[in-house]
Design a protein around this ligand. Structure first.
Ligand SMILES: Cc1cc2nc3c(=O)[nH]c(=O)nc-3n(C[C@H](O)[C@H](O)[C@H](O)COP(=O)(O)O)c2cc1C
Ligand SMILES: CCCCC(=O)C(=O)O
Length: 358
């Protein structure tokens, strides 16, 4: 890289020049008028921090424990689809970058590389994001397959019975280019792995999303899975309580990167409400708009156990493959260390709501 890419924003700007307009609009876009897309970043910024001084911060510890594992820092890669749109090596490059930076990767159901190839490329723990398919027997076989590949947890995406109104995708005619498939869906009997990403105009149901998914399916999934099941896409405190009642091992506060229902609150706004409803019973993770180490600190202060990033690492992947992914995570981690030192917190367990300006 010739130009120094200091912050995640620099990498985002550089990525634009590396991606086709179809890929760039797909990654960067949100739903509707993109109100929530703006709020997701803005609301982290608008939370003020308390600067504290004269604390010995010569030793800092960013490690966290999550589902029985100790992680060197609390930054995970959120599941995102179709990495071969971004880089020729697709999810395999992402997995290498994630491993280099010690970040668990959550692999999307809709990856272009099969789970086994990704598993081989990674030395960090990896999880699998599940889009339950209308064909439940296929879904069950997929769960068994990803468990056999070594996945340590399942994130059941619960916020996407249908896609939202993503007009940037419509305007650029978003489609899976020839040769790219959803590699993990190969062999499904009812639907092809290269089925259209969006339904035809005027229709809302997709061949690869399940609009009939309900709380009963959470119990079904728990009954067939041998690894913990987390629910991704919880924004409402009532849903958070139901998640615990239905045996979820964790919840991810997420509005799907503002790609589904526009004008829902930012995740920064929803997080403390969900944390209060969960009341320490299971870990709460959060994603959406996290672009700075200070954002990570604020999420931890509001009660998140860890955070996920989506678009930023895709931009890193676009700019410099695996090295770009790991650079994004390392930059965020370094910024988190700076923020911890400057607020006088030497470990993640010392980060609580008192870090925030009331
Ligand atoms: C290009 C793209 C593809 C995504 N694909 C998936 C997916 O396959 N499954 C899923 O559960 N979430 C998906 N998401 C949502 C992310 O997991 C995550 O919730 C979101 O990107 C976090 O917000 P951020 O991009 O502002 O960090 C996708 C997001 C983007 C940007
Ligand atoms: C059909 C869903 C595609 C992946 C996804 O979740 C997204 O683009 O946000």
């Amino acid at each position: 890289m010739n130009t120094p890419l200091a912050s995640l924003h620099d990498i985002e700007i550089a990525a634009r020049g590396c991606l086709s307009s179809m890929a760039y609009e797909y990654v960067s876009g949100g739903a509707g008028d993109e109100c929530t897309l703006g709020w997701n970043e803005r609301d982290w910024n608008s939370i003020r921090l308390r600067q504290r001084v004269l604390v010995d911060v010569a030793e800092l510890d960013t490690s966290v424990s999550l589902l029985g594992r100790t992680l060197s820092h609390p930054i995970l890669l959120a599941p995102t689809a179709y990495h071969k749109l971004i880089h020729a090596d697709g999810e395999v490059a992402t997995a290498r970058g994630a491993s280099e930076a010690g970040a668990p990767m959550i692999m999307s159901s809709f990856s272009n590389s099969p789970i086994e190839d990704v598993a081989r490329a990674t030395t960090a723990p990896f999880w699998f994001q599940l889009y339950v398919q209308p064909d439940r027997e296929f879904t069950k076989a997929l769960v068994q397959r990803v468990e056999a590949a070594g996945c340590e947890a399942l994130c059941l995406t619960v916020d996407t019975p249908v896609l939202g109104a993503r007009y940037r995708e419509t305007r650029t005619g978003f489609h899976l280019p020839d040769g790219l498939t959803r590699a993990n869906l190969e062999g499904m009997t009812q639907v092809a792995a290269d089925a259209a990403h969006r339904p035809p105009e005027g229709a809302i149901y997709s061949a690869v999303l399940e609009p009939r998914l309900t709380w009963k399916d959470v119990e079904w999934l728990r009954s067939i899975a041998t690894v913990p099941v987390l629910l991704k896409g919880i924004m409402d405190p009532d849903d958070a309580r139901l998640a615990v009642q239905h045996g979820a091992s964790g919840v991810i506060v997420s509005n799907h990167g503002a790609r589904n229902l526009d004008t829902v609150p930012s995740t920064a706004m929803a997080l403390p409400h969900v944390v209060d409803a969960i009341d320490g019973r299971v870990p709460v993770l959060v994603d959406g708009g996290i672009r700075r180490g200070t954002d990570v600190l604020k999420a931890l202060a509001l009660g998140a156990s860890s955070v996920l990033i989506g678009r930023p690492y895709l931009y890193g992947l676009a700019v410099d493959g695996a090295a770009g992914v790991s650079r994004v995570v390392r930059t965020l981690r370094t910024e988190l260390e700076m923020a911890m030192a400057l607020t006088g917190r030497t470990s993640v367990s010392a980060i609580d709501r008192s870090v925030l300006w009331a």
